[in-house]
Design a protein around this ligand. Structure first.
Ligand code: ZN
Length: 341
């Protein structure tokens, strides 16, 4: 019965192939195929009946060894599966899962620093509506009727329920008029908030962005007070080596008016890629409040004078953090936002 040897060899091969092809979870299929009462191993044992006593001893031993091997392998699979499926016990001594700690948005961080810095100089925060009338956004700020800022190509107008045009404020300056009407003078406020322009988004423009405007009206306020205030502010934000420079400019609501540049905080005036080799970075507008603005809200101009300034929160945040595309602030990409701890 020498072909029994061949049958055993084939059975062994079959098992090892099946062991490779079967998922551990299906261990019972293997057991049924090989070890069941009518399984492959049982069939081989049945064949022993036709063997000589000597053959029985020899093949009986080989068959038993194969059966043991198969049993052992299937047991191993079974305990592996049972280990994976075991009920997980709660271990109260294990440390908890880390909870993602909320972070403040980089624009809010910058705005908070701006507000804190001006607060130390005695400025209080004043807020106002984002939907404005042309009176507060333009007329009261001495913006002539022909001024291009009033065009629909620059400003976003909205037809309200009573068929009148309102607009999304183009700066936070109208808050100054509300505050002057409400609280009178002397006054020292900053008005942070969202402003809107009819701009296409690109690396440096966004139709919505954030501004902070400042207003100070008191007795004997001069251009020197304006310059001192802004110098103190920019040094607190960008470092004590910062200088500022005024360039004559025109704004309807201030006279005289000046654009404010600060020393480039990356090269301190030597010229670099960020400041386009000029050594300075343009930060915003400023000036002495125009007499027409003060007259409009009934301020006694014999006694009072004031200054005003504006600056962009995004521009300052970009400078502080070396960000070169304004759109990154609005895309809510956590990979970007998580860098601002
Ligand atoms: Zn530079």
């Amino acid at each position: 019965m020498s072909n029994l040897e061949e049958h055993i060899r084939i059975a062994k091969q079959k098992f090892h192939q099946a062991l490779q092809d079967t998922a551990p979870e299906a261990w019972e299929t293997l057991k049924n195929t090989f070890l069941a009462r009518k399984g492959i191993i049982a069939e081989l044992f049945a064949m022993l009946a036709e063997c000589t006593p000597e053959e029985k001893r020899h093949y009986g031993k080989t068959l038993n060894e194969l059966k043991n091997e198969i049993t052992e392998q299937i047991e191993r699979l079974k305990s592996k599966v049972e280990f994976q499926l075991r009920p997980k016990r709660l271990d109260p001594t294990l440390p908890g899962k880390p909870y993602p700690y909320p972070r403040v948005h980089p624009l809010t961080q910058t705005l908070n620093r701006i507000v804190d810095t001006f607060a130390r100089m005695g400025f209080v925060v004043e807020e106002g509506p984002e939907l404005e009338t042309a009176y507060y956004n333009f007329d009261a700020l001495n913006t002539p009727i022909w001024h291009p800022a009033r065009e629909k190509s620059d400003t976003l107008y909205i037809l309200n329920s009573t068929s009148e045009y309102e607009l999304l404020r183009t700066e936070t300056s109208p808050v100054q008029i509300h505050a002057l009407e409400k609280r009178g003078v002397p006054i020292r406020i900053i008005s942070p908030g969202r402003v809107y322009r009819n701009d296409k988004p690109d690396a440096t423009h966004s139709p919505v962005f954030h501004q902070v405007e400042g207003l100070c009206v008191d007795e004997k306020i001069s251009m020197a007070d304006l310059k001192g205030t802004l110098l103190g502010f920019y040094r607190a934000m960008l470092g004590s080596r910062i200088e500022i420079r005024f360039r004559p400019h025109f704004f309807p609501f201030t006279e005289p008016s000046a654009e404010v540049d600060v020393t480039c905080p990356f090269c301190y005036g030597n010229g670099c890629r960020i400041c386009k080799q000029s050594g300075y970075i343009e930060m915003g507008g400023s000036g002495m409040v125009h007499p027409n603005v003060l007259k409009g809200v009934g301020v006694d101009m014999e006694k009072y004078s004031g200054f005003a300034f504006g600056l962009g929160v995004e521009r300052l945040a970009m400078l502080l953090h070396g960000v070169d595309d304004i759109r990154l602030f609005y895309e809510n990409d956590l990979r970007f936002l998580e860098q601002f701890a």
